[in-house]
Design a protein. Structure first.
Length: 92
């Protein structure tokens, strides 16, 4: 008997849902999780991942972390980028 989280389409649906959440709450928070879920779903669909749920969740966590790090490097804060405040909103 397979657990629901061992089915590839569940991971794909979760990845799409997390990608939609990213549209409403931008900041690369849910995008890493979305990529991790889609890659986990692809691994299950291709038959590369035939492991227990615990290992599957670990695989998802590692892929999500790598995706998040990649997105932060690609579009995150650049080295040496500093926000300078020259005026305070309360100084009127």
């Amino acid at each position: 008997m397979t657990v629901l989280w061992q089915m590839w389409w569940v991971w794909m649906v979760a990845g799409i849902a997390l990608g939609i959440f990213e549209l409403f709450l931008p900041g690369f928070v849910f995008l890493g999780f979305a990529v991790g879920a889609v890659l986990t779903g692809l691994g299950l669909w291709l038959g590369l991942l035939t492991v227990a749920v615990g290992w599957l969740l670990l695989w998802f966590a590692v892929l999500s972390l790598l995706a998040w790090i990649g997105f932060r490097r690609w579009a995150g804060v650049r080295r040496g980028q500093v926000k300078l405040w020259d005026r305070d909103i309360n100084e009127n």
